[in-house]
Design a protein around this ligand. Structure first.
Ligand code: PLP
Length: 401
């Protein structure tokens, strides 16, 4: 789809991209200044493998702040943190460290595409457990229990969720944790990279599961919360010393360390005035309300208001079996592939293609996340773009017969 969108753009078409997975805001000014300071201070040499000490300490404090019960000591110390090249590398390294050949890894779907491929890279076996629109895309304890076998090694869970926008409540996390307490060989990776982008107050965190801390890896970073995707700084937090040692050894052979200038900037971001985050989250919330209001009565769509992250994930099954107009570009695209029924919308992939060719809006088919009944539409863009994209989508859908 990205290639097709680029092709149309190159041909001069005004394609609106609603497929981005990153905030469109500029990085906060004080963070940009920190980069300049770091360059001037010659922060241009190798650093420690698990990360710059000041950033590890700041990340430990940041992660400890997600604990709901604020009494007592910080949950994490600097020694519990490994700083990597984005949350992506932190997750990949954690999987490599925990998963051996043939180990089963439970992935509630829809889920971020990379988990599945990372598990396969580690020669593990992804076990997809489907969550549904009707259940708010939340994994139930019953479904988790049913998926566990003697080979299960790991559960990877993302909250707030990409692509669904679902956010697990403290009670829902507790219920899953109770299942895991009965299975001491199963580790957890909690991907909480979107946890600052949450619309109903503070987001519940796995950090609160004290009894699981020795087999839990919690992932976060500056990419989404601080609009710093290109800096490539993320980290994991884990209380298990053996894990931290093994994962550090792995990282030492891969990258030596994450870029020092970027680590310095991330450190300043965490230590800085966090009101800039509130402004971004408020803007995302306004956009969320706008896109939901424009999407909720589109024919054939079922829409839930996302509770976190910046994606709308409508169920579009109501449009399957409909036909695009015979004179649409979508109908003509099949000239190269006579096997495909010319006008039929069979699934979310087809709908996505139709919205691109005839609505000039690029979205992502839910099948990319293991859920072929839905579409992912990013609202990390201006309110003006959201309004125009939804106008085009509605007009294109109203032309289906
Ligand atoms: N986890 C999820 C669910 C994501 O959506 C992404 C990025 O899109 C990442 C992790 C990776 O974040 P980073 O850019 O810090 O590598």
């Amino acid at each position: 789809m990205a290639a097709k969108a680029a092709e149309l753009k190159a041909a001069g078409e005004n394609v609106l991209s609603m497929s981005l997975g990153e905030p469109d805001f500029p990085t906060p000014a004080f963070v940009k200044q920190a980069v300049k300071d770091a360059v001037d201070a010659d922060l241009s040499h190798y650093g420690p493998v698990p990360g710059m000490p000041a950033l590890r300490a700041a990340a430990a404090k940041y992660m400890s702040s997600f604990v709901a019960d604020k009494g007592g000591e910080d949950v994490f110390s600097a020694d519990d943190i490994i700083v990597s090249v984005g949350a992506k590398q932190a997750i990949c390294n954690a999987i490599e460290t925990l998963v051996g050949k043939g180990d089963e890894v439970i992935l509630p779907t829809p889920c971020w595409v990379s988990y599945t491929e990372m598990v396969k890279l580690a020669e593990g076996v992804p076990v997809m457990v489907r969550t549904t629109y009707d259940n708010d895309f939340i994994l139930t304890p019953e479904a988790l229990e049913a998926a566990i076998t003697p080979r299960t090694r790991l559960l990877i869970l993302c909250t707030p969720n990409n692509p669904t926008g679902a956010v697990y409540s403290a009670e829902e996390i507790d219920a899953l944790a109770r299942v895991l307490l009965r299975h001491p060989n199963i580790a957890v990776i909690a991907d909480e990279i979107y946890n600052k982008i949450c619309y109903a107050g503070a987001c519940a965190s796995w950090v609160d599961q004290k009894q699981l801390l020795d087999r839990m890896v919690v992932v976060n970073g500056v990419s989404k919360a601080f609009a710093m995707t290109g800096y490539r700084i993320g980290w994991l937090a884990c209380k298990n010393r053996d894990f931290i040692k093994a994962c550090t050894r792995l990282q030492g052979q891969q990258i030596t360390c994450a870029t020092m200038v970027a680590q310095y900037a991330a450190c300043k971001a965490l230590d800085g005035d966090l009101t800039c985050l509130d402004e971004m989250v408020q803007a995302f919330e306004r956009r969320r309300d706008l896109i939901v209001s424009l999407a909720k009565d589109i024919p054939g769509w079922k829409v839930r208001s996302p509770k976190g992250a910046f994606y709308l994930f409508p169920d579009v099954t109501g449009l399957f079996g409909k036909h695009a107009p015979a004179d649409s570009r979508y109908a003509h695209r099949t000239a190269a592939n006579p096997q495909t029924p010319a006008t039929l919308i069979r699934n979310a992939d087809d709908l996505c293609e139709y919205l691109l060719t005839d609505g000039l809006v690029a979205c992502v088919s839910g099948s990319a996340f293991g859920e072929p009944t839905c579409l992912r539409i990013s609202y990390a863009c201006s309110e003006q773009q959201i309004t125009e994209a939804m106008r085009r989508i509605r007009a294109a859908i109203e032309r289906l017969k």
